[in-house]
Design a protein around this ligand. Structure first.
Ligand SMILES: Cc1ncc(COP(=O)(O)O)c(C=O)c1O
Length: 349
């Protein structure tokens, strides 16, 4: 089996670990370990019959629920089969631009989306978002990822807002923004009305633990939403995803539980890693940690799989990071302890 470029490939990991995919403890995909919200599970069980019908191609109820949640209008929302689908349309939207600026390092799917339409790319170092771009970028597109995968870095709103006047098109991927408590989340959603060149992409797959269901959305100006609606497959979001999206976005109990779990779990995991001189975690605002390692991460990954059936994310698909870093999701305190014990057993500090 080929080495995966995304996290979460359990079949590949299970082959190396010599166990069933279900027996792998997966730290490689940054998914909420509280699991699928019970409200979503009940909904899927009770609505099997809806599979006999096509989804509403305008996804009106889903867009209304998302719009109410974010304080925008349904006309400013277009839904998709995960954020990944919206990234494709975002790249297509920019296919007549001179080039796209992509963060370095970045989520591999940006390269996939931009390459699909043969758009020239330029990579920018992350600190360019603070320092600014010296050249004329007015004919170019910009992709920003906030919070940033794989570093966990979070930029404030003024730092990002000043780029909106400097680029022809700005796609901001906020796939992990839900993990920040709303009062501290520096989302650019409320700038969409004033900046027609801004597209905010969001995902429900990470926070609500439904990567297999696939659901994301873009918030942008209404005209663009209409155009994308004409470009796309009419029913790319299935009935279950649509119903689940409408419901979980209002599930405050699940949201509160997630906020309560995340910060203490992240601090504890970060501190435990720092006890081992081989590992140095970078500060993170979200539900994963990028860790600098003195043991090559691909070697460490194999050892943890064979020894403990634990899967971590090597960083070989981020060429700037290579074997010097690995990325781990924050999981429950007990699971995080299993990882720490496995790391310490593999390489005694
Ligand atoms: C930064 C980032 N954006 C978008 C996605 C894709 O999300 P979705 O599952 O909604 O397609 C991922 C998935 O790992 C991601 O890391």
């Amino acid at each position: 089996m080929v080495r995966p470029i995304h996290g979460g490939n359990l079949d590949w990991a299970a082959e190396i670990a010599g166990c069933a995919p279900d027996d792998i403890l997966d730290f490689s995909a940054s998914i909420n370990p509280l699991g699928i919200p019970p409200s979503a599970i009940a909904l899927i069980r009770d609505n099997i019959d809806t599979l006999q019908h096509y989804p509403d191609p305008s996804y009106h109820k889903l867009r209304k629920a998302l719009a109410d949640h974010h304080g925008v209008t349904p006309e400013q929302i277009v839904v998709g089969n995960g954020a990944a689908e919206l990234l494709t349309w975002g790249a297509y939207e920019g296919s007549k631009l001179t080039d796209f600026y992509l963060p370095s390092p970045c989520f591999a799917d940006y390269r996939r989306a931009v390459k699909t339409f043969e758009i020239p790319t330029k990579f920018y170092p992350l600190d360019a978002l603070e320092k600014g771009f010296k050249e004329d970028t007015s004919p170019s597109g910009l992709i920003i990822n906030n919070p940033h995968n794989p570093t966990g870095k979070l930029w404030d709103k003024p730092t990002l807002q000043r780029h909106l006047n400097k680029f022809a098109l700005v796609i901001i991927d906020e796939a992990f923004m839900d993990f920040i408590t709303p009062e501290y989340a520096p989302s650019l959603i409320d700038l969409v009305t004033d900046y027609p060149n801004l597209i905010v992409v969001r995902s429900l797959t990470k926070f609500y633990a439904i990567p297999g269901l696939r659901l994301g959305y873009a918030i942008t100006n209404p005209q663009r939403c209409q155009t994308w609606q004409q470009w796309r497959d009419p029913w790319s979001v299935n009935n279950f995803a649509s119903l689940v999206g409408e419901t979980v976005i209002k599930d405050q109990e699940f949201q509160q539980k997630t906020y309560q779990w995340l910060t203490p779990a992240r601090i504890a995991l970060e501190n435990a890693l720092k006890q081992n001189p081989l590992f140095a975690p970078l500060p993170s605002a979200v539900n994963f940690l990028l860790v600098k390692t003195k043991i090559p991460s691909s070697q460490l990954q194999q050892k943890l799989l064979k020894q403990s059936q634990i899967l971590i994310r090597d960083c070989l698909s981020f060429p700037e990071l290579g074997d010097d870093f690995f990325r781990i999701a924050i999981r429950t305190p007990q699971e995080n302890q299993r990882l720490i014990d496995a790391l310490n057993m593999a390489y005694d500090p």
